[in-house]
Design a protein around this ligand. Sequence first.
Ligand SMILES: C[S@@+](CC[C@H](N)C(=O)[O-])C[C@H]1O[C@@H](n2cnc3c(N)ncnc32)[C@H](O)[C@@H]1O
Length: 275
Amino acid sequence: MSDMRIDVVTIFPEYLEPLNVSLVGKARARGQLDVHLHDLRSWTTDIHRTVDDTPYGGGPGMVMKPEPWGAALDAVLAAGPEGEVPTLVVPTPSGRRFTQDLAQDLAARPWLAFAPARYEGIDRRVIEEAATRMPVVEASIGDYVLAGGEVAVLVMVEAIARLLPGVLGNAESHRDDSFAPGAMADLLEGPVYTKPAEWRGREVPEILLSGHHGKIAQWRREQAFARTHANRPDLVARWQRESFTKKEREALSVLGLAWDEAEGRFRSVAEPVEE
Ligand SMILES: C[S@@+](CC[C@H](N)C(=O)[O-])C[C@H]1O[C@@H](n2cnc3c(N)ncnc32)[C@H](O)[C@@H]1O
């Protein structure tokens, strides 16, 4: 049996072709991922195979009709393992943020069904009715609006699939990734280098050639602090004093970050203190 079953209902099954390529494609070929693509239009009943209609209350754009979605989800449920239900993942800019934590959570579930929409989204009653039958997660891949949810499905499936046991060649390799739970939570990974040691006059940081694992680990961690500080103040704002050793706090102070007891966060010493 595969580690995970994935169903995707879409009006553009061909948009999901990249699921045959690279890491996800190989996981499918090895039988770790069992992916089923469904064309929403197969559950339409009119000659034009209509999936959308004008919005109640007026306004621009069209809304996806409930009947084809309802029938499609019924069929997905019926096609899966007896007595089991999938977690329905609905990509939408108005959902909760799709994060590494959510990817980990979804990677632990044996069956996911994705409902990527087009137009202005799916009639709300479809999501409400589905939630009476299965867990539903509405998720956004970022603060921007795509034309449809298929690309969001590709993003989510790739992030989830690489967390499944045995999908990555080296099981350890996602442990040090940006956002990985544990030591990398709320941290971005620092820069990486490979051979040659000198390229166009630029040298690899000497510490990486030293063979001193402890010092290399410390250097990498400090680089992660610096990158996160430079690019993601929202992550720095979540750091807690006790997550860092004394030595690490010294490294943070070199970056100009000091713990502010009153505010309960690390603050850039260059930042003016709020009155
Ligand atoms: C044009 S968008 C609809 C946007 C909707 N009117 C709104 O403002 O929230 C059409 C579909 O693309 C997908 N989509 C667009 N942006 C997305 C995002 N940031 N994350 C996940 N899915 C997204 C969703 O499936 C959405 O229903």
